[in-house]
Design a protein around this ligand. Structure first.
Ligand code: GSH
Length: 210
């Protein structure tokens, strides 16, 4: 198998961290999204959807959703569990992972893709000819600002996002907030002590540099 990857993109990083936590190593192929390599025939032949990460299995099957790739590896190698083991843990990891993808991830992506000039006609991942909608920039920023009090409250009650154990929900939040910071989007530094405590803890894990 091989993983189609891009070092600086947040979704491929989620999968790399997940694999590092499990101690799994697989070959990777770097695809440069900024240069439009994901929209070229070579990559579209692998993944017609044009998005990363994409896991290609030896029989040619391609899995092109980060969480689905993580689920595949969790089933192949359950230890250490990163998607929960009890019914409640499993539900809470799923719940928080999806909330973070939607409320924070989509907000960051909207604010970024609709304001970044090279993506003026690439506003939707994996597509060309999709024009930016400038109004989505402000809406994305508002949604991200609304998200931080929610996650701060959660991390006041809980060591990690989904409970007392590190999980995929932490990986997703780390990748999205680091990506937002790299884009110089406003990530609050005041009034979020629990978010900052959590961020320092998860950033110190060896997997964070994967
Ligand atoms: N829901 C997908 C999102 C995948 C996605 O949007 N990936 C971005 C990189 S982080 C991408 O491939 N962008 C392609 C582009 O910008 O054209 C997942 O969770 O894996």
């Amino acid at each position: 198998m091989k993983l189609y990857d891009m070092r600086v993109a947040p979704n491929p990083r989620r999968v790399r961290i997940f694999l590092a936590e499990k101690g799994i190593e697989i070959p990777t192929v770097e695809i440069n999204i900024r240069a439009g390599e994901n929209l070229q025939p070579g990559f579209l032949a692998v993944n017609p959807r044009g998005v990363l990460p994409a896991l290609e299995l030896d029989d040619g099957t391609v899995i092109d959703e980060s969480t689905a790739i993580c689920r595949y590896f969790e089933a192949l190698q359950p230890e250490p569990p990163l998607l929960g083991t009890t019914p409640l843990e499993i539900a809470l990891v799923e719940c928080w992972n999806r909330r973070i993808e939607f409320d924070a991830g989509q907000a960051v992506i909207d604010a970024f893709r609709n304001s970044y000039p090279p993506y003026a006609d690439r506003a939707v991942p994996g597509r060309s000819g999709m024009p930016a909608i400038p109004a989505l920039v402000e809406r994305g920023r508002v949604r991200l600002a609304e998200f931080f009090p929610v996650i701060e409250q959660r991390l006041r009650e809980s060591e990690f996002v989904a409970g007392p154990k590190f999980s995929l929900a932490d990986i997703t939040l780390l990748c999205i907030t680091d990506f937002a910071r790299a884009l110089k989007m406003t990530v609050p530094e005041d009034d979020v002590p629990n978010f900052l405590r959590w961020h320092a803890t998860v950033s110190a894990r060896p997997s964070a540099t994967a």
